[in-house]
Design a protein around this ligand. Structure first.
Ligand code: SF4
Length: 952
């Protein structure tokens, strides 16, 4: 049969705020591949490891087992959930909302949405909440990442207006990267930084980050400030600028106000005091200030390190102060450029889909703005009081103030801080509606009503990236099962409520996403984010930046070029605020400062990247990273299990030594929720994070928690590595999670073995679990004792080793049998030394080496393999599956300059030649691994290590 011709559809990546253009190749039924859109100005054809694997999240065998495909309801929380017809589900949602409003008033309803939604979805939910239900209680998970940036821009520039474009990277002479591991969080933008450095050797990169991230390690200057001391740093820089006469007095006089108060504020921020409080070198502080003020144009790139803080608004404002004081704004290569975390965090901000905003940057506290919006929507008035923001909304659910929560496209049972409180809230609230595309989120178990939504490949609409650029996201495939678009579900509930309440009857009868967008477009007229000159047809030709007013043909690349700002006086405002330390202070009881961040190949709570086993290869399991000296003081060794406790909760994790973490600090990645790791009622990494919020932006301090780390003795251990088909991975994970409820520690992750997929399970307990539990786990893993398994059992020591050995499917076996056999699964359990053979046995699964001659030797245990085994190790290049041992082995053989050795490595293994996300790590390995030819021929001993020149 002739294969269907492949179609190419232009769309946008749904992960980070870079907003890369994607070309999806498909046959109308399945997406077979993706590539970067060479014509999209955000990425010019590049994709990172996440974007390049997008198609793997949509494979039919994955989608069938991971998607919500039909609406469902339960009569009470403890009853099983049952599939229902859409009409029944929508009627029930409308009925529950109407009943709640009638009994308790509109503010008893809370709607919690997501920066993953398209602008059209956001607009529909915002209108439903504010115009029809009559409450401001709509907030978004963007509150967790962007609201301090919004508040910082408004405080200084007058509106939430990002002044810069990606192109400014090419014009800058200084990049001041603050609180952003750009190499991991915005990889394609980082590729652009690498290209700018290659094109302009005079470009200086300064990174401010408590950790020595890949971004920091490659910088010309790294300021490893102590967590939360950013405002002090910026005040100190301004102090030095004033002292040295490095400010732009003419700009300050003509275009700003409030400088004298700020001058007074920074008077005591002397270099010595700032160096002491920030924990940095005074000379580095002076050099960073000199570069910022005199080597420019200077472009600041910043992200969650500033925003996720109980003082995030002032951190943003204090950095913007530096740009205003030096006149570095509104010019090519200069400006304060906040990078957005999610693909459409900006769209949500524009639409005003947050508890304190109105559409198109209108202010809730401004009566004229409220009147404009009310008139546009055809209602008497919009609610006047600010609604509940993310953390507050769940507090209100816990206290009984909120009676109904509608959670859309987000997983608060993972992503909000202080998870114990969030789970209490979800248990307490009488009605939880979960609208999502995926069946995995931890929040789902609290749902009374489940509404299946369309994900990335099926959605149609628009998103706005970090540089105000609006792109089309296009449906590549038809909705799977009964899934519906988010805007449509909101509209269909709204139509039912409108009919019941007799108002806004025609307010939600949009025919398609374009109709929603056109209504949204009209409400922007006359505002700073006016897009009345834009249309879907125009966006067909390419994305556009806002504002783009009626009659204009191209959007604004840069804002404030005329020196006029969006304040009543037209002048930008300096913000003078004192430095405040972190909310959750370290002390003798909680002596470590825990920071959070990202893995290179994962996205948020893993509901999508978690479907792609190979994306786990770079960081296969959760862990807490600590400085080696701190581990030594606690008697901890690599891989030991530790109890991590804060004032709110605890989590159990393996510990790993890291040079990137300073003494007194620790780090965990944000991705690991209770779907992947847990034990004894904990709820993932956010069990310990802080829900202290910024008083202005209401953003919680997810970036810092005071913790203590202590040894945990869980002597009984189990590890299982099981190769299985991709179709089996998600269902088996779901079954296994249920069986692990009583374990004191467990991790459960998808994995890869060479080319095939599989599962890794780890478990630890004080005592051996009940045999029935072990039998059930083994049954799901297909490792229950049977004649096909190699098995060793020592009942006295409680040691159990099982190996599944299979005939290798080769041409020889097909023709009569070569007899070659390889291991496809292993189970090791008992005291810790029962797991000593894990590494080499696991490597045998990866390499599918023939083990037919080894027999019982495979079960002997011990860390020494009975045969030569190729070492595995974490994959550095996930695109091509190149592991760290392979890279080290190659680098030991090649000589030359750093650049020549990198080229030789890439010629041999091609690592880093596809998406490029691993390039910073490759360069680090080039610097670390000395060529073996440098060994002394006389002694056979390697000479003292020398610092290799880094590759830029
Ligand atoms: Fe997607 Fe990566 Fe581009 Fe971000 S940088 S939009 S995750 S491809």
């Amino acid at each position: 049969m002739k294969a269907a011709a492949l179609i190419e559809t232009r769309t946008t990546c749904p992960y980070c705020g870079v907003g890369c253009g994607v070309i999806a190749q498909h046959d109308g039924v399945q997406i077979t591949g993706v590539r970067g859109d060479p014509d999209h100005p955000a990425n010019f054809g590049r994709l990172c490891s996440k974007g390049a694997n997008l198609h793997l999240t949509t494979l039919p065998e994955v989608a069938q087992t991971s998607r919500l495909l039909a609406p469902a309801m339960r009569v009470e929380r403890t009853a099983p959930i049952q599939t229902v017809a859409w009409d029944d589900a929508l009627n029930h949602v409308a009925e529950r909302i109407a009943h709640t409003v009638a009994e308790h008033g509109p503010d008893s309803v809370g709607i919690y949405v997501s920066g993953q939604l398209l602008t059209e979805d956001y607009y529909a939910f915002n209108k439903l909440t504010k115009a029809l239900i009559g409450t401001q209680n709509i907030d978004t998970n963007s509150r967790l990442c962007m609201s301090s940036a919004v508040a910082g821009y408004k405080a200084t520039l007058g509106t939430d207006s990002v002044p810069c474009s990606y192109e400014d990277i090419d014009h800058a002479r200084v990049l001041f990267i603050s609180g952003s591991n750009t190499a991991f969080a915005h990889p394609v933008l980082y590729r652009r930084i690498e290209a700018a450095r290659a094109a302009n050797p005079d470009l200086k990169v300064i990174v401010v980050d408590p950790r020595r991230t890949d971004t920091a390690a490659e910088a010309d200057l790294h300021l490893p400030i102590l967590p939360g001391t950013d405002v002090m740093l910026y005040h100190g820089m301004l102090h030095i600028m004033l002292w040295e006469g490095w400010i732009d007095r003419a700009f300050i006089d003509a275009q700003t106000e409030g400088f004298d108060q700020l001058k007074a504020q920074v008077r005591n921020a002397t270099p010595a005091e700032v160096a002491r409080i920030c924990g940095i070198d005074q000379a580095a502080l002076l050099e960073a200030t000199r570069l910022f003020a005199t080597h420019g144009p200077t472009l600041s790139l910043y992200c969650q390190g500033l925003n996720q803080s109980a003082d995030g608004t002032h951190k943003n404002a204090a950095l913007i102060n530096l740009h205003l004081a030096t006149g570095q704004i509104g010019k090519p290569g200069a400006g304060p450029f906040s990078l957005t975390g999610q693909p459409n965090a900006m769209g949500g901000r524009e639409v005003g889909g947050l508890a304190n905003l109105l559409p198109a940057h209108r202010d809730l506290s401004n009566p004229e703005h409220r009147a404009e919006v009310a008139a546009f929507w055809g209602i008497d008035e919009v609610p006047t009081t600010r609604g509940k923001t993310a953390v507050e909304m769940f507090e209100a659910a816990r206290s009984g103030e909120i009676k109904l929560l509608w959670i859309v496209c987000t997983n608060p049972a993972h992503s909000l801080p202080n998870q114990a409180a969030v789970h209490t809230a979800l248990s307490a609230v009488p009605c939880v509606i979960v609208q999502d595309a995926f069946a995995s989120p931890a929040t789902l178990k609290y749902a009374d009503i489940v509404l299946p939504a369309t994900p990335w490949a099926e959605k149609d609409g628009t998103v706005t990236n970090s540089e105000r650029r609006i792109s089309r996201q296009r449906a590549v495939l038809p909705p799977m099962g009964e899934a519906r678009h988010d805007w449509l579900i909101a509209a269909q509930v709204a139509q039912r409520l409108a009919a019941r309440w007799g108002r806004l009857r025609n307010g939600f009868d949009w025919a398609d996403s374009e109709a929603v967008w056109k209504e949204w477009r009209e409400i922007t007229r006359g505002t700073d984010c006016d897009i009345t000159g834009m249309s879907y047809a125009m966006l067909e030709a390419g994305p556009q930046q806002w504002p783009l007013r009626e009659g204009e043909t191209v959007g604004a690349q840069r804002l404030f070029t005329d020196g006029r700002f969006n304040t009543p006086s037209g002048r930008a405002r300096f913000v003078a605020q004192a430095y405040k330390p972190v909310a959750d202070r370290v002390d003798a009881h909680f002596p470590l400062a825990l920071t959070t961040g990202r893995h290179r190949d994962q996205w948020h709570g893993l509901s999508r990247t978690g479907l792609v086993p190979k994306l786990f290869a770079h960081a296969p399991e959760p862990r807490i990273e600590m400085n080696g000296a701190d581990m030594g003081r606690r008697g901890l060794r690599e891989g030991d299990l530790v109890r991590v406790e804060s004032r709110r909760g605890r989590q159990v994790l393996p510990v790993a030594a890291s040079d990137a973490v300073r003494s007194g600090q620790a780090f965990v990645a944000m991705h690991w929720g209770e779907e992947y790791s847990g034990g004894a009622g904990t709820h993932g990494v956010n069990s310990v994070t802080s829900d202290a919020i910024d008083p202005v932006s209401r953003q919680p301090e997810l970036k810092h928690a005071a913790v203590r780390v202590s040894t945990l003795d869980l002597p009984w251990r189990l590890v299982a590595h099981v190769s299985c088909s991709l179709t089996d991975v998600q269902p088996r994970l779901a079954e296994l999670r249920l069986l692990l409820q009583d374990a004191e520690f467990w991790t459960l992750v998808p994995t890869t073995f060479g080319e095939s997929s599989g599962i890794t399970l780890r478990m630890a307990n004080t005592v051996r679990p009940a045999q029935s539990v072990l039998d059930a786990l083994a049954a799901v893993l297909d490792l229950a004792p049977n004649a096909r398994l190699l098995r060793y059992s020592d009942a006295q020591r409680g040691v159990e080793r099982r190996l599944r050995v299979v005939a290798q499917a080769t041409a020889a076996t097909d023709a009569g049998g070569s007899g070659a056999r390889s291991i496809s699964a292993l189970w090791l359990s008992g005291p810790q030394d029962a797991l000593d053979a894990e590494d080499w046995l696991r490597s045998l699964i990866d390499t599918r080496q023939d083990v037919s001659r080894l027999g019982a030797a495979l079960l002997a245990g011990g860390s020494q393999a009975p045969m030569p085994v190729q070492a595995r190790g974490a994959a550095v290049c996930s695109c091509l599956g190149v592991s760290e041992p392979a890279i080290r082995a190659c680098l030991a053989e090649v000589t030359g300059t750093a650049q020549e050795r990198l080229s030789a490595l890439q010629t041999r293994h091609r690592c880093g030649t596809q998406c490029g996300s691993c390039l910073p790590e490759l360069k680090r390995l080039v610097a670390q691994v000395q060529p073996a030819t440098a060994m002394s021929l006389a002694t056979g001993v390697a000479p003292e290590p020398v610092a290799a020149a880094p590759v830029k």
